[in-house]
Design a protein around this ligand. Structure first.
Ligand code: COA
Length: 285
C-alpha cells in the first residue's frame, strides 16, 4: 500500500471535511467530549476556506489513490500555525499523521519561518506524544471556554470596530506582547469586519480579530481582554481559548457564567517569547 502526499485543492474540501469530522469525533467520543466540528458539512466548509486561501499551505495524504488525511499550515504571519491535522479513524496510529506533520514542518523550514505553533486537545495522548517526539515544546495549558456572550463594559476601556488605519497600532502591540506581529490575521479580520480594538488613555491598548477558536486577541493587561470579551456580540465557533495560568481572567470568565469545555496545550518550535501582556490564542495558536 503506497502513501503519497500532495498539495490540497479546493476540490478536496468535501472528502477531507468528512475525514476531519470523523477523525475528531472518533477521539472525542472515546473520551466523552463533544466533537470539534459539529457536522461533516461544517468541517468541509472550514477546510474549503483554508484550501482556497493563499495564506494557507495544505497537504493531502492518499493511500492507493484514496484520500486518507490532510494537514494545514497557516502562513499569514511570521509564526506559522499547524492544523487542523486529521487522519481517517481506521488508519490512525499507523504513521500517516507523522508524515503529514513532517511535511508541514519541512515547508516551514523551507520558508524559513521563525517558529511553528499548534494547539492540541490535552485528552488526546497520541497527538501530544507525536508532537513532542517531533520536537514541539509544551508552552501553555489552555482552557476552552463556552457559553453565551454576555455584555460587560469596563469604564475607561472603550471597544469599537477596527479598520485599516488601526492595523499598525495592533501589529505594534502584538509585537510588544508576543515578540512578533500577526499582521496577516489582522488584515483578514479587517477584510471580514471582525476586528475590534480597545482604546484606553488615548491609545489602542488591545485588539481582537474576533473572540473564538479561529481568532486571537492581545491586550496590555486583562482589562483589555475583559473589555473585548464583554463587548463580543458572539463567540465564533464553540467558544474561545484562554491561557489557564491567567487565573484572574479564567475566574472572571467563570464568574460571568462561562463553562470550561476542555483543556488544550499550546506547543511550539522555534521563536517563542513568554508573552509580555495578556492574550487569547486561536486554535491555530
Ligand atoms: C492526531 C492524528 C493526526 C495523528 O495521526 P496518526 O496517523 O494517528 O499518528 P501516527 O501513527 O503517525 O503517530 C502516532 C505517534 O504517537 C505514538 N503514540 C501514540 N499513542 C501514544 C502514547 N499514549 N504514548 C506515547 N506515544 C504514543 C505512536 O507510537 C506514534 O509515534 P511514532 O511516530 O514515533 O511511531 C490522528 O490520530 C487524528 O486524526 N486524530 C484525531 C484528530 C486530531 O485530534 N487531530 C489533532 C488535533 S491537535
Amino acid at each position: 500500500m503506497v502513501l503519497t502526499l500532495r498539495r490540497g485543492t479546493p476540490a478536496d474540501a468535501a472528502p477531507c471535511g468528512v475525514i476531519a469530522y470523523e477523525a475528531f469525533k472518533a477521539i472525542a467520543d472515546h473520551h466523552n467530549y463533544p466533537p470539534d466540528f459539529p457536522s461533516p458539512p461544517v468541517a468541509s466548509e472550514i477546510l474549503a476556506m483554508l484550501l482556497s486561501h493563499p495564506g494557507f499551505y495544505s497537504v493531502v495524504a492518499e493511500r492507493d489513490g484514496r484520500i486518507v488525511g490532510s494537514n494545514f499550515l497557516d502562513e499569514r504571519s511570521t509564526i506559522t500555525g499547524v492544523g487542523p491535522i486529521t487522519v481517517t479513524p481506521a488508519l490512525q496510529n499507523s504513521g500517516i499523521g507523522r508524515r503529514l506533520m513532517e511535511d508541514v514542518m519541512a515547508r516551514a523550514r523551507d520558508r524559513k519561518a521563525a517558529g511553528v505553533r499548534l494547539v492540541q486537545s490535552a485528552y488526546h495522548r497520541r497527538s501530544l506524544a507525536l508532537y513532542a517526539k517531533l520536537g514541539f515544546d509544551v508552552r501553555e495549558p489552555l482552557s476552552g471556554m463556552e457559553g453565551a456572550p454576555f455584555r460587560a463594559r469596563l469604564p475607561g476601556y472603550e471597544v469599537r470596530s477596527g479598520a485599516s488605519p488601526d492595523a499598525a497600532a495592533c501589529n505594534a502591540l502584538c509585537a510588544r506582547v508576543h515578540g512578533c506581529d500577526r499582521a496577516g490575521e489582522v488584515a483578514d479580520a479587517i477584510r471580514q469586519g471582525t476586528l475590534s480594538v480597545v482604546e484606553h488613555a488615548g491609545r489602542i491598548s488591545g485588539y481582537a480579530t474576533g473572540i473564538g477558536w479561529f481568532a486571537h486577541a492581545v491586550g496590555e493587561s486583562n482589562n483589555e481582554l475583559e473589555a473585548l470579551i464583554g463587548a463580543a456580540p458572539s463567540f465564533l465557533g464553540p467558544g474561545f481559548l484562554l491561557p489557564t495560568r491567567n487565573t484572574e481572567l479564567f475566574r472572571w470568565c467563570l464568574a460571568h457564567g462561562l463553562r470550561l469545555m476542555q483543556q488544550m496545550t499550546l506547543m511550539t518550535i522555534g521563536l517563542y517569547s513568554e508573552p509580555a501582556g495578556a492574550y487569547l490564542p486561536g486554535i491555530l495558536y
